[in-house]
Design a protein around this ligand. Structure first.
Ligand code: ADP
Ligand code: TRP
Length: 326
């Protein structure tokens, strides 16, 4: 059975549509098909590169798992786990750091982005080595597919390269080479300002947003100043670019015709987007409010035990290969 694994960082209280469509939705599809061995974890170890407040990390972690469950992830079909409780993640991270050149790491987008905002002296070693830990998270489980947004594609490709490098040095075909899983139409979900939807740009529509907030955010999406009767290009309209995530083929066809013929106002599409968002987010928000901390901790415990069993076996073999057997 092919294996799928992904994770989201608990960096904020509220996940957003980009996280849903760039990560959770794929996992729901894999789960639904019944043909894959599914793993979805919380990337708390990676969060430590951004957040140094234990209370916030704990609160965000509970909300992250709550969102996984309220979105439809079923712990019987998808193993939900906590990597910080599994020593093999940090152990493999070290082994991989010893076969990775600094020059390769310097080419990573995430490091370049950090450099654009900060001097090298002020970037933590954790931020610099972030992709190594991510590679460990993945290859420890001999994963086939890693569903992510386009921003994470390079990291998954790195995980593939480093797995190949390790295999080349220590044992051919030892680690499975992972593949990013990205659907073109979901690769980068736009935020309300048209840039990539992201927690850090504050341009997101959150999965816990209440109806009033959703209304305000949809109204705030900038649109071109074209008179109602004039034809418009839907692909250039950010309201449409978010709305299309929720449209059936027929609805999409009608809306596109409305734009192209003219006569459809931006206010009408914003009203429709508001309706669709309330219909989509309302049940997730409601279901998550029904899930207790205790239920989450139980699910995490069980999932973590299962993941630890798999990864500690793999780590034993890694230790043998590198010469740490006694
Ligand atoms: P953020 O970018 O908001 O900090 P994360 O880095 O925690 O979010 O992302 C978790 C997952 O969600 C990753 O797989 C990432 O690629 C995906 N993702 C985040 N934002 C988007 C987006 N705007 N479009 C598509 N996927 C996204
Ligand atoms: N780097 C990912 C992000 O920012 C989170 C992550 C950590 C991850 N380890 C992973 C995603 C392993 C997929 C697989 O979103």
């Amino acid at each position: 059975m092919k294996r799928v694994l992904t994770g989201i960082k608990p960096t904020a209280e509220n996940l957003h549509l980009g996280n849903y469509f760039g990560s959770i939705k794929y996992m729901l599809e894999f789960q639904q098909s019944g043909e894959y061995d599914n793993f979805m974890f919380l990337a708390n170890m990676h969060t430590l590169t951004q957040l140094h407040n234990s209370e916030d990390i704990k609160k965000n972690t509970l909300n992250l798992i709550r969102t996984y469950l309220a979105s439809g992830l079923d712990p019987q079909k998808t193993t939900i786990f906590n990597p910080a409780k599994i020593p093999a993640h940090a152990q493999l991270n070290w082994v991989l750091s010893c076969v990775t050149n600094i020059g390769y790491m310097k080419r990573m987008h995430a490091y370049k982005d950090a450099l654009a905002k900060n001097t090298e002296e002020n970037i933590t070693v954790g931020t610099f080595c972030y992709p190594i830990l991510m590679a460990a998270d993945i290859i420890l489980y001999d994963v086939d597919y890693v569903p992510v947004g386009k921003d994470q594609k390079q990291h998954v490709e790195y995980a593939r390269d480093i797995a190949a490098r390790f295999n080349n040095i220590f044992k051919p075909d030892f680690f499975k080479l992972p593949n990013p899983w990205i659907q073109q139409s979901l690769a980068t979900i736009p935020g309300i300002d048209g840039r990539k939807m992201s927690k850090s740009y504050n341009n997101y529509i959150g999965l816990f947003d209440d109806d009033k907030t959703i209304f305000k955010k949809t109204r705030a999406i900038p649109t071109a100043s074209i008179p109602v009767q004039e034809p418009k290009n839907p692909d250039e309209c950010n309201v449409y670019n978010i709305l299309k995530l929720f449209l059936s083929d027929d609805e999409d066809k009608n809306i596109r015709e409305g734009y192209e013929k003219g006569g459809l106002s931006f206010k009408e599409v914003k009203d429709l987007l508001y309706e669709k968002l309330v219909e989509f987010i309302g049940p997730i928000r409601y279901k998550s409010s029904e899930i207790s901390d205790e239920e989450i901790l139980n699910i995490l415990d069980q999932g973590t035990n299962k993941a630890a069993e798999i990864s500690s076996k793999k780590m034993l073999e890694i230790n043998r290969l590198v010469g740490f057997d006694f």
